[in-house]
Design a protein around this ligand. Structure first.
Ligand SMILES: [Zn+2]
Length: 293
């Protein structure tokens, strides 16, 4: 069995969500509490058997994914006032996700996002009647008017801005705890393309224009259901002016010198910064080779 944190040897399967009457005892349960996730004393996600043995109420169990033959269940969390019986405890979700392999990260995020979607769509937004899971297509369907809701993803962008071969513009978000510097991110507004969102966010947050926008990759971000599209861009013009609301501080950093605290490995933001560090080193090595000694 491939456990979270181990190398990926299996590709996750994402079946349509369906209510599970009798979950497999060895199946894994993803339980979120605020911005934390429930784990056992080893820091691993608990199984159905462990939850049952400890009397954890598992509400609205649906099959979120299967990986290496192990089912992973999405469950509504226990009531907030319920104290977790030892050895169960909570751990910070963001750091927990950064420790997972890519495949397990996807599985866990899917389970979390399905639980959030179900919880936020108990009643129809059109007529107020109860919504019910429709296993055929994985939607929630209104029991009165037939309105359908599918699992929700909110598109957002994150962009790395560089100037030349060694400088990167990083910002410190007012809400980051502990404080650290990162690339710039924001949600895509209705009617916008990714490129529009990048240009608007950068104008609003730091007052700069960029050019040469290139796709880098994407990552799911379950706070609560964001699909983050990552791009690189080159600085074009403008004086860096943090907006003081979202961005408390922003500055150019020369990556040949030590950087301030930056996102942990595992995040796409960190991957983009690391990618630029490699680029900078390669450019330095290339110039060193060309310089006659
Ligand atoms: Zn309805």
């Amino acid at each position: 069995m491939n456990l979270p944190g181990q190398a990926d040897t299996h590709t996750p399967l994402f079946p349509k969500p369906a209510t599970v009457a009798q979950p497999t005892a060895a199946g894994i349960v993803v339980l979120k509490r605020d911005r934390e996730v429930v784990v056992d004393s080893d820091g691993a996600l608990p199984t159905i058997a462990v939850c049952h043995a400890l009397g954890i109420p598992l509400r609205e169990i649906i099959l979120a994914a299967e990986i290496g033959g192990v089912p992973c269940y999405s469950v509504q969390p226990p009531p907030p006032e319920m104290e977790l019986p030892p050895p169960l405890q909570t751990t910070v979700l963001r750091a927990f996700l950064n420790r997972q392999s890519s495949a397990w990260r996807k599985v866990i995020i899917r389970a979390l996002e399905l639980a959030t979607w179900r919880n936020e769509h108990r009643f129809c937004g059109c007529c107020g009647a109860l919504m019910q899971l429709a296993p055929a297509d994985g939607s929630l369907r209104c029991t009165r008017c037939g309105f359908e809701s599918f699992p929700i993803l909110s598109p957002a962008i994150i962009v790395r801005i560089t100037r030349g071969d060694h400088e990167i513009l990083l910002g410190r978000n007012r809400t980051f705890t502990p404080p650290f510097f990162s690339n710039f991110a924001g949600f895509v507004e209705s009617g916008e393309t990714y490129e529009d969102a990048i240009r608007r966010e950068l104008q609003e947050e730091v007052g700069v224009e960029v050019t040469n926008i290139r796709y880098f990759g994407s990552q799911n971000w379950p706070f609560p259901h964001t699909l983050l599209a990552a791009f690189t861009a080159e600085y074009a013009s403008g004086e860096v002016r943090p907006d003081g609301e979202e961005i408390a501080e922003a500055a150019w950093f020369d990556v040949r010198s030590p950087l301030p605290p930056i996102p942990q490995p595992g995040s796409i933001s960190r991957a983009m910064i690391d990618d630029f560090l490699v680029h900078s080193k390669q450019q330095t090595a290339r110039i060193d080779r060309q310089t006659p000694s």
